[in-house]
Design a protein around this ligand. Structure first.
Ligand SMILES: Nc1nc2c(ncn2[C@@H]2O[C@H](COP(=O)(O)OP(=O)(O)OP(=O)(O)O)[C@@H](O)[C@H]2O)c(=O)[nH]1
Ligand SMILES: [Mg+2]
Length: 286
């Protein structure tokens, strides 16, 4: 369930500046930042510039939608981010209890921090945690599981509210009740197409044909077997778009009234990912 009722948030410069300021204020009281990303796009779904705000925090990256990604590629990204100092957790928030791994990581962090505090004669402290991430990566699903019930309001509002309250999770962890929804990277077209492919930004923003073609290109490059099985084509080639769309149209039984309905074919391609018929894919490489 997308708690924004399928409507993804649009970001404007004023809106972004306001949210960034709010996040910076909230950060001062946060100990652990839990950044949720889509494991299928582990670079594209990172929040641009977040590291500037979280340098002095404990940072956990949750590779969510792990059930949908290419696990071999995910392993490479985990190594990379671990080397950069992040704690990495893989998570299928929808179908598993992987969220417990996040709680465990927080517990480990706090055990270490409190050992040092104790040595200095200080009282143990609880971790104030915040879940943050670009739209639609699974923040609300994870928060609701960590809390153990659905709480009204989670994920309903874009941006961050100032009236923060914290929810007690256990004796070592509090959760700030509002998920931080931040803007995705827009800087390069390939990133934007990756985000649209995974419904992180609206496919309409970029036009559905270009998103569908991006999906075909990426599948052809990295997952030709999926391209063949799902769409009946061996290889994507820009020069043959019309022929390829005709083949897909037939394979998918999309009615043809005289000519191929390109929009319908594009939507069908995008929906294969959205509806999780296509799994085991990761589009970011380094
Ligand atoms: N397959 C799969 N789907 C997931 C997973 N986690 C969340 N989802 C689905 O992804 C969609 C978005 O989940 P949300 O929890 O609403 O994501 P969000 O980050 O709170 O989204 P916004 O509030 O719009 O920013 C929903 O359809 C979830 O059921 C996961 O690990 N695997
Ligand atoms: Mg949400």
């Amino acid at each position: 369930m997308n708690e924004n009722n399928g409507k993804l948030i649009q970001w404007y410069p004023g809106h972004m500046a306001k949210t960034k300021k709010e996040i910076a204020t909230i950060m001062s009281m946060i100990d652990v930042v839990i950044e949720v990303i889509d494991a299928r796009v582990p670079y594209s779904s990172r929040i641009p510039g977040l590291n500037k705000l979280t340098r002095d925090k404990n940072n956990i990256i949750v590779f969510n939608k792990y059930d949908l990604c290419d696990k071999e590629e995910t392993g490479k990204w985990i190594d990379k981010y671990q080397k950069e100092g992040y704690i990495c957790v893989t998570c299928d928030a929808k179908n598993s209890n992987d969220y417990k791994k996040i709680i465990n990581e927080v517990k480990n962090l706090m055990t270490n921090i409190n050992k040092k505090r104790q040595a200095k004669g200080l009282l143990p402290k609880k971790a104030k945690c915040m879940v943050i991430g670009v739209p639609n990566v699974g923040k609300s699903t994870i928060i609701n599981k960590i809390i153990g019930k659905s709480i009204a309001g989670v994920g309903n509002k874009p941006g961050i509210t100032k009236n923060l309250s914290t929810i007690k999770i256990n004796e070592f962890m509090d959760l700030v009740d509002t998920p931080g929804i931040l803007w995705p990277k827009f800087e390069d077209q390939n990133v934007a197409l990756n985000l649209a492919s995974m419904t992180i930004i609206k496919e309409e923003i970029l036009n559905i044909d270009s998103v569908a073609i991006h999906l075909l290109r990426m599948l052809s490059k990295y997952y030709p077997n999926i391209l063949k099985n799902e769409f009946g084509i061996d290889h994507y080639n820009d020069d043959e778009i019309e022929e390829l769309f005709t083949i897909i149209s037939k394979k998918k039984n999309i009615p043809v009234n005289g000519e191929v309905d390109y929009d319908k074919v594009s939507l069908n391609i995008i929906n294969c990912v959205k509806q999780e018929k296509i799994k085991g894919i990761t589009f970011d490489r380094f």
